[in-house]
Design a protein around this ligand. Structure first.
Ligand code: C2E
Ligand code: MG
Ligand code: MG
Ligand code: MG
Length: 287
C-alpha cells in the first residue's frame, strides 16, 4: 500500500530506510527537526453526504514538507514515528492544528452546517491515558466545539490495549465522534463493533474498489451498511473514484463517501474552492 500511494518517492526513500540503523537514526533526527521547525502540514479531504452531496467534514491527512526531499506522504514516515514513539508529539501537533484550522471554517456548504474535522490516531495515542487530556487541550485552545471533532482509529490500533474502550467512551460523552477506519482490512471482529463506541464505520478502499467487479464485495458493503445502521452507526465508503462507484455505494446503503471523485486531499487554502465545486455539481444540494 505504501508503494502505491508513495508513487515515485517510495523507491527513492524506502531503500534509504532499509539501509539500517544509521539511516533510521537520520530519519528519526529529521522527524524531530521537522516537528520543531514546523515542516508538517495537514491536507484535507472532503467527506460527502451521499444523499444530498453536502460536505459533512474533512479528514486531516498529514504530509511532511521536507526541505530537500519535497512533500512526503504519511505512509513513508508514520511507521517509524510509531516505532520510536515520536507519533505522540506529532499526533498532538496534528490534533491541535486540525482543531485550530477547523475552528476558522465557515458554513460555506449546503444547509449552513459547519463541517467536522476528522483526525487519524495511532495505537500509541489511544493506548495511554493522555488522549483525553490532549483532546481537551486542543479543543480548549482552538475553541472548536467537541461535536465538530471526529477521531479515526483502525482496528489494529485497538488490539493492543484494554483501556481504549473506556477512554473512547469518555470522549464520546464529550460529543466527539469516533470512526472505525479501514474496516475490513484488520481482523474485522464483530466484538470490536460491540466493545467500542463507534459513531461511524469507514469501509476500506479495497472493498469499495472491488464493488465494480465483484458481487461479493457489493454484498459485503451492503451487509456492513445494514449492520452499521442497526447499531446506530453511519457508513462511509472510502476511495470512491468514479461516478459508478458513488452510485453503487449510495444504492448499497452507505451514508457518506470519500475519495478522489469528490476531491483529493488538498492544503487548507484550496478547501473552499473544492467545497464550492462539490456544491455546484450536486443536483440536490440546496441553499
Ligand atoms: P486513511 O486514514 O485510511 O486515509 C485515507 C487515505 O486514502 C489517504 O492517504 C488518502 O489520500 C487516500 N485516498 C483517499 N481517497 C482516495 C481514492 O479515491 N483513491 C486512492 N487511491 N486513495 C485515496 P494518505 O493521505 O497517503 O494517508 C495514508 C494513511 O496515513 C492514512 O490512511 C492514515 O492511516 C495515515 N495518516 C495520515 N495522516 C495521519 C495522521 O495525522 N496521524 C496518523 N496516526 N496517521 C495518519
Ligand atoms: Mg483515516
Ligand atoms: Mg481509511
Ligand atoms: Mg489507511
Amino acid at each position: 500500500e505504501a508503494k502505491r500511494s508513495g508513487g515515485g518517492q517510495f523507491r527513492f526513500f524506502a531503500p534509504a530506510m532499509l539501509r539500517g540503523m544509521e539511516e533510521r537514526r537520520t530519519l528519526e533526527a529529521d522527524l524531530v527537526r521537522a516537528l520543531r521547525q514546523g515542516e508538517f502540514v495537514l491536507y484535507y479531504q472532503p467527506q460527502i453526504d451521499l444523499r444530498d452531496g453536502h460536505v459533512n467534514g474533512y479528514e486531516a491527512l498529514l504530509r511532511w514538507q521536507h526541505p530537500v526531499r519535497g512533500l512526503i506522504p504519511p505512509d513513508l514516515f508514520i511507521p517509524l514515528a510509531e516505532e520510536t514513539g515520536l507519533i505522540v508529539p506529532i499526533g498532538d501537533w496534528v490534533l491541535g492544528e486540525a482543531c485550530r484550522e477547523a475552528a476558522t471554517w465557515c458554513a460555506g456548504t449546503a444547509g449552513g452546517v459547519l463541517p467536522k474535522v476528522a483526525v487519524n490516531l495511532s495505537a500509541r495515542q489511544v493506548a495511554g491515558d493522555a488522549l483525553p487530556i490532549t483532546v481537551a487541550r486542543a479543543l480548549a485552545a482552538s475553541g472548536l466545539e467537541a461535536g465538530r471533532l471526529e477521531l479515526e482509529i483502525t482496528e489494529s490500533a485497538l488490539l493492543e490495549d484494554g483501556d481504549a474502550a473506556r477512554i473512547l467512551a469518555g470522549l464520546r460523552e464529550l460529543g466527539i465522534s469516533i470512526a472505525l477506519d479501514d474496516f475490513g482490512t484488520g481482523f474485522a471482529s464483530l466484538s470490536t463493533l460491540r466493545r467500542f463506541p463507534f459513531s461511524k464505520i469507514k469501509v476500506d478502499r479495497s472493498f469499495v474498489r472491488d464493488m465494480a467487479t465483484s458481487p461479493e464485495a457489493r454484498a459485503i458493503v451492503q451487509g456492513v451498511s445494514e449492520l452499521a445502521q442497526r447499531l446506530g452507526m453511519v457508513t462511509t465508503a472510502e476511495g470512491l473514484e468514479t461516478t459508478a462507484l458513488v452510485e453503487m455505494a449510495r444504492e448499497l446503503g452507505c451514508n457518506e463517501g470519500q475519495g478522489y471523485y469528490f476531491g483529493r486531499p488538498a492544503p487548507v487554502a484550496r478547501l473552499h474552492a473544492s467545497a464550492a465545486t462539490i456544491c455546484a455539481t450536486c443536483d440536490t444540494a440546496g441553499s
